[in-house]
Design a protein around this ligand. Sequence first.
Ligand SMILES: *Cc1c(COP(=O)(O)O)cnc(C)c1O
Length: 388
Amino acid sequence: MLKLPVYLDYNATTPCDPRVLDIMLPYFTEKFGNAASRNHFFGWQAEEAVKWAREQVAALIHALPEEIVFTSGATEADNLAIKGVFEMYAAKGNHIITVATEHKAVLDTCKHVEKLGADVSFLGVKQDGLLDLEELQSAIRPETILIAVMYANNEIGVLQPIQEISRIAKKHGILFFSDATQAVGKVPVDVIRDGIDLMAFSAHKIYGPKGTGALYVRRKNPRVRLSAQMDGGGHEDGRRSGTLNVPGIVGFGRACEICMNEMEGDNLRIKALRNKLEVALLNIEETQVNGNTGSRLPQVSNISFKYVDDNRLMMGLSKEIAVSSGSACTSASPEPSYVLKAMGIEDGLAHSSLRFGLGKYTSEEEINFTIEQVTGMVKRLREEINNV
Ligand SMILES: *Cc1c(COP(=O)(O)O)cnc(C)c1O
């Protein structure tokens, strides 16, 4: 039996895998110790659990456990990376390069450090959502200290040419930071192969709990230094103070382990469903997929339905299907998605786009139902326009 509404917003958040919840529960009650309590059993028990989780998290991205700094999520990790590098490397330079399609947690952090004296270049993207590597090359200056480019985009799912970017950064001795929140656990991410120096990711996008994330900070070649943004007890090797969220971290570790073992198989199935959905929706006249389909996450599809207002479409579907549109539906004159805008997609099309984010609990039945509902709703809304 189909359970309504159908959830197709896995890029926004995911449910906790029951196996993740199970392993977390004892850490709220009987195993409640503070991982920083060095002198009794309760502390040791918590510390041991965090140590194990740190290994699980590190293993998924081919890092060392010491290179993982636990945070409250990817937003905090983005802040720590950008502000921390900006402060620590001030003597070397003040120039940061990023991209217009980054998550707000990166864009707004860059705008914040601009006020503190940073000089930030916000690069545009090509029509397919990918960064132009030549443009990146020519933006580099002697005082460039950081290149910040996301691994996978949250709205359209495109995968940036991470290895090419890191090669360029390395050639110029510039640190490379990537917000990989949408990529980790969905595609194989390997900080060694990919040449990443700092990387943010989050538990709740990979079937773990909300409020837990991590920043990977490279230890060797080069050893990356960071200025802490949260001062206090010196937790996380002085890089992020605050009592560790032990249940969250334990859940994050288990979520990473499950991804490592199962994501390949899960993604084959999810990708087939995504493709089925996409092919069927493209059968509707005047529709298009946004973003490079050759370099993209397996579980997302961003589609424009020409002449149809995305917020009306989303609201029309909302009783049955949970999806998201790029534009902010709260304001009176909604702005189209800044990601689609940066890709040069005209306002009309940008205002008619929906993001379908599938996940490991998505069923074929749900996809068939979604195809039916969306096709019907688009037809109805277009007929309404024609009848005015
Ligand atoms: C969800 C997301 C974030 C924010 O992560 P939180 O853990 O919710 O703070 C940052 N960047 C990207 C690309 C995301 O998709």
